[in-house]
Design a binder for this molecule. Sequence first.
Ligand code: T6T
Length: 325
Amino acid sequence: FMLAACGNSGTTPGTSQTGGSSSATKKYTLALIVGVKGDPFYVTMQKGAQAQADKLGVTLVVDGPTQFKDTLQVPIVDALTAKKVDVIIIAACDKQSLIAPLQRANDQGIKVISVDTFIGDGDYTNGPIKFPLSYIGSDNVQGGNIAGQALIKAIGGKGSIYIQNVTPGISTTDQREQGCKEAITATNGAIKLVGVDYNNDSAAKATQQTAAMLQRISNLSGIFGTNLFSAEGAAQAVKNANKQGQIKIANFDAPEQAIADLRSGVVDLVIAQKPADMGSTAVQYAFDALNGNMSNIKKRVPTGYVVIDKTNVDTPDAQSAIYKS
Ligand code: T6T
C-alpha cells in the first residue's frame, strides 16, 4: 500500500515537471470571511459571492466567527493566511483590530478586499490604510440619515428617539449611528436623543435593553435599530409592551421577520442593503486583480439601498431585496 501510494503521488499533475502549465491551470482560491456565521445578511452575501465564483470557475471558501467579535475573527484570518489563499474578502468585525492581521496577509502576497465593513477610516486612496484593493459596501452615514429622517417624519417632527446599536468600533453601525444623530441635530432641539445602547449583536439583549428604556421613557416616540438583530430585538420589546404603532421603528436590514413586522404595523421602515451585490462584486474584483486587470477595480463601491415601507413592499424591487436565510 505504501509503495503504491508513493508511486501514485509521483504522477499527480501538481508534481510533474511540466513547468508553466501548472500556473495556466491553477485554480484560484478566494476566502470570504463574514462578520458572523448564520446572519441572513451574510448568508445572502455568500450566495452572491458563490454564484459569481461558479461563473468564473474559482474556488470560494467561506468562514466566519460564531459571534460578531474581533477576537474570534483574527484567528480565522491568520489560519487562511497560513493556508496561502489567493484573496481574502472580509467584513472586518472591528475597524482597528483587524488591521494588523490583514496587513500580515497582504505582506505575504494575499490580496485583501473589504466588504460591508471597512478597516481604518475606509478611505483606501488617501487614508492611513491603503493596502485593501477596494471597499465594497453601503454608504452607512447616508443609511443612518435615511433612517433618522424617516423616523423624525413618522413621529411628526418632535419627540424622543432611542438608538439600539451593536458594538462601538464596527464601521457600519458606527456610521449609521452618526447618520441618525446628524438627522436629529438638524431638528435644532425638536427631537431629543434619549440614549444609545449596545447589544453585542444579540437580539435578546436588545429586547432587554429596549424594555428597560420603555420603562424609563414611557412616551418614547421612535427607535432606530442599526442592524438586523438590534432592530429585531427592539421590535420584540415594543410588541411585548403592546406599544406597536405607538412607537415608530426604523429597521436597518431586511430579513423576513422585518417584512412581517412592517406588514403588521410594528415597523415603519425597512432599509434593505444589497449584500448579494457586495459578494458578487468582491469576487469579480478578486478575479480581476488575480488576472492583472486592475483598471476594472474602484477603491470604493457604494452598493445602494432599497428603502421599503408599506407603500412599496409588494413591488418586485422590494421583494427581491429581502434577505435569504
Ligand atoms: O447590518 C449588517 C451589516 O451591514 C453590519 O455590518 C453587521 O450587521 C449586519 O450583518 C446585520 O446583522
